[in-house]
Design a protein around this ligand. Sequence first.
Ligand code: B12
Ligand code: SF4
Length: 579
Amino acid sequence: MPDIVLTTLNAKFIHAAFGLRYLFANLGELQPRAVIAEFDINLRPLDIAEALLARLERRPPARPDGTCDWERAVPEAGAPPPQIIGFGIYIWNVAQTTEVIATIKRVRPEIKIILGGPEVSYETEEQKVVQLADHVITGEADLKFAEVCRVLLERRAPSRQVPDGENVRAVPEAGVPLLKIIAAELPDFSRIALPYDYYTDADIAHRIVYVEASRGCPFTCEFCLSSLDIPVRQAPLDKFLAAMQKLLDRGLKQFKFVDRTFNLNIAASKAILEFFLARYQSGMFFHFELVPDRLPDELRAVIVKFPPGALQFEVGIQTFNPEVGALISRRQNYERLADNFNFLRKETSVHIHADLIVGLPGETLESFAAGFDKLIALGPQEIQVGILKRLRGTPIFRHDAEWQMIYNTHPAYEILQNKLIDFATMQRLRRFARYWDLVGNSGNFVATTPLIWTGFGVPPSGGNGEQARNTSTKPAEAGTPNASPFHSFLRFSDWLYARIGRTDSIALARLMELLFEFLMREPALDAKLVAETFWRDCQRTGRRDAPNFLKEFLPAENWPVIRDRDRSLPKRQSRHLAA
Ligand code: B12
Ligand code: SF4
């Protein structure tokens, strides 16, 4: 029976909880008394509470006065040590976890609840989940969690933080009560045990395995929590690579790096890329987050050597509007960004996932549209249209009054309207983002998507073979020769929503049929051209027969079979690659 359960509700089963494994790895002598129990947000809170309590069956003897120990720093001598559940709290799970904890505290109030994670690292005062908990450790708790558990389980003295040069050191101090909100000192990477051995074989076989070569970000984008994570710290490279070798030896093929800015320390990024390149085997896939305007030649030289399908870069652009960039303190060199995109698209087969944000202060619908069109012209395989969120702790709130920023008060705290984009328009953009993901990003419509705007007048480009190119930044309405990809897709999005009234639970076959119908009706494209393009997409995604609605336009036996997608790679990426 463990004394400590480390738990969290992941966004989906497939995402493994990386932070918990760090805490577990650093428990030291307490590790044999601890277990990790992971859930996901699709499970019912009551069932999760039940499963957690089942892990901690032992009941402490009832106390005569009915009280429990948990407000005391050092429990009375002779009292049984408490049991502890540590919850990782993130934006995606805070609502459900609050319910889980409320249930546990009603049923077993003596269990000590310790919280940590980005959602409870700032603005803790008014949070219900914090009120329910015994302790909250803010920041990177790799070492601090063990320290707090020791205080609780072994009745050691809690520590007090004292200045030590530029850092802060925790020193034990008897008689000091353990605070409710405990700030973790920034841990020194060289003192942290790496967590990779705690990915199980099942994790390696079936889940997304996260790895990290550095922490922190030197940039100051006001919407982003990582802008508070300074300074940047690098994991000791030899130790990190040795751990990667072990994961490779255990059969891991897909590595998702969570470094905020992988291309910051060029020497380290190069060494890591070279390490994986030297060990590359078919089906391997590496994901990195990069700043888009920093790809010096040393890095380019390694990147070009990776085979198709091996690399994915998540590239945050967020806005193409320099004034908006300045307002949110985001520095970006747009010329270098364009040059790097051209390099990646023309000289490598890196899968680019580029991010834009809707709703930033100072961004109008038209300036967002122009940015989207510029990005289409740069040809990334995926464009994530994110809706601005007011994350706890981020300084974006300083624009609230001037730009009349109104956010949802429930997670994920998305913007509802601002001075420049009213609620109705924001809703249209939210649907745009969702439908774009289903159509533009999914890889199911690589050839067909550009027809949405070429149909309204933008000529197709050579770029991706299939991607349309529109270098015009001039906003234009769909239906004119200058129609922009953004406005054309917005027209499709409005049409689709009017037609089906929802943005989720749309079967792929139904979506295909609706897109086909739109292209036939709105830009009134030639049925044969549209059908042929659709059929190319169908074959690329591994479909062997034509959907019924296409059959009447072309006899299927005349169409060439295009090669199947590479099934060892992630689905979306492999569909784009087959293009
Ligand atoms: C992987 C990831 C995801 C995964 C989910 C992972 C999962 N397990 O389910 C996916 C891709 C689904 C995702 C989605 C989103 N994410 Co995300 N994601 C991350 C990412 C890249 C890595 C997390 C990680 O492993 N970090 C490394 C570990 C070591 O750090 P850590 O998790 O923070 O853990 C440390 C501390 O938090 C603490 N800690 C953690 N658990 C516990 C438990 C206890 C008991 C204690 C004491 C301490 C503690 O100690 C740990 C060690 O130092 C982070 C950015 C980053 N690099 O951290 C963003 C991040 C967590 N995501 C963020 C956001 C905003 C989102 C989205 C809203 C973004 C979007 N575009 O919509 C969505 C929401 C999804 C949804 N369904 O609603 C924010 C978090 C904001 C918040 N308040 O929670 C982050 C920080 C990004 C950012 N810079 O703004 N995300
Ligand atoms: S958006 Fe990217 S570059 Fe900006 S602070 Fe966040 S992680 Fe750093």
